[in-house]
Design a protein around this ligand. Sequence first.
Ligand code: EPU
Length: 430
Amino acid sequence: MDKLYIHGGKPLQGKVTISGAKNSAVALIPATILADGPTTIENLPGISDVRIFADLLQDLGGKTELNNGEFYVDPRKMKEIPLPNGKVKKLRASYYLMGALLGKFGQACVGLPGGCNLGPRPIDQHIKGFEALGAEVTNDHGAISIVAKELRGARIYLDVVSVGATINIMLAAVRAKGRTIIENAAKEPEIIDVATLLSSMGAKIKGAGTDVIRIEGVDYLKGCRHTIIPDRIETGTFMIASAATRGQVILDNVIPKHMESLMSKLREVGVRIDTKDDQMLVDGSAGEFSSVDIKTLVHPGFPTDLQQPMTTLLTQAKGTSIVTDTIYSARFKHVDELRRMGANIKVEGRSAIIDGSTPLQGTKVTASDLRAGAALVVAGLIANGITEISGVEHIDRGYEYLEAKLKALGAETWRNSDQEPSKIVMLDRY
Ligand code: EPU
C-alpha cells in the first residue's frame, strides 16, 4: 500500500487549478445511462472513484473513452444487469445506478454501497422516493432490487435533506410518466450540475438548487456535452492548506459563491481572502489566528466534508474552537491522529473541542477516510519534520494529482511508489 510523506513547515505559494467536482462526477457518469445517445463530460477529475464508475458503465455494455479529460459515453448498447457485488461495494455513489437504471430500464439490482465509514449512512429516503414513483423495492442479502411496471410521477417529501436521495429521485423521475415534485430537496451545487446535464439531454426540471424540485417526465433523452463544475471541497481543502501553512495562494477555476460559508469562517480566523470571477487569493501570512466555532449544515451551511481539514487549521488558532458535525456523528477519526501529532483536541458527542495553538510534529498517521486524509495532509504541511500518511487509497478517491499540485505550490512531498496513482488510474483505464 502506498504511503504519502510530507516534510512540513513551508508556506504554500503560487497558483493551483482546481479540478472537476468528484461528487458531481459520480452522479453525472450514471446520469449518462439515461440518454438515448452519446454524451461527453468535460473536465472529469482523474480520481479512483471515477475510474471505478467508468468500469461499471462498461460492465453494463456502455462504450467509454477518455481524451484530454473529456469523457465520452455511448449508452446505446447498455443492458440492465444485476450488480449485487464487486465494484459497486467500493464507492458510495454506486447508489446512483439505482435511479439511473430504474429510469432507463424500469429495474435495477445494485449492491448496498461502500464508501467512507462516517457512522450510519442509511438510504431509506432514496428507497422511499423509488417506491413513491411506483417501484417495488426488496433487499436480497444486501443487494437492493428495484422493479417498476411503470414509473409514475409523485409528490415526495424527504424526511431528511439528502444530496444522494435528491439526485437519485431526479434520475428516476426524468423518464417517469407525469410530474414529480421533490420537497425538502437538498440544494448542493452538485444537484444543480446534475439537473443542468439532464436538462441539456432534454429533461424538464425546475427548481434545482431550491428545496422544491419539479420534474415533468419525458420519453426520450438525447446525448449532450457538459462541463462539470469545479470541486468545492478540493477548493476548500486548498484554501485551508494555504491558510494553515501561512501561505499565499491563487486558486484558479473556482466558484467563489460556493465557498461563502468557508470564506466567512476563514476570515473570522484571520485569513485574508479576495475573490474575482473564477479566481480566489488566500493569504494566511499575517497575524495570529483566532479560534472559531463551526457547525456543519446542509448547503449553503458549512460543509461536513471540510470539517476535518478545518479542524487541523484550528489547532493553529489561539483559544478554544468547537467543531460540531450535525450531518455525520462519527466523522472524527482524524482527531486521534492529530492528537498523536501534538494537537490538543478531544471529542465530546458530535463535537471536537480544539485548544490552540499547538505546534504539530510529524509522525506516522493513518487516514481512515477521504477527508480525514485531507486533514492529515494539511497537518503534515504545517508540522515540524516528516509526516508519514498510510491509507492513501482513501485520499486518491477524491483528490486529483494531489502531490503534483502541492509540489507546484512549494511543498516537499513524495510517495513510497514512483508514480502518482491519479496518473496511473487514467492511463491504465483508458
Ligand atoms: N440520510 C438518511 N437517509 C437517507 C439518506 C441520507 O438518513 O436516505 C442521512 C445521512 O445519514 C446523513 C445525512 O442524511 O446523516 C446527509 O446525507 P446525504 O444523503 O446528503 O449524503 P450522501 O448523498 O450520501 C453526499 C456526498 C458526501 C457528503 C454528503 C453531505 C457524494 C457521493 N457524497 O453524500 O461526500 O458528505 O453528501 O454533503 O456525493 C465526501 O466527499 O467525502 C463525502 C462523504
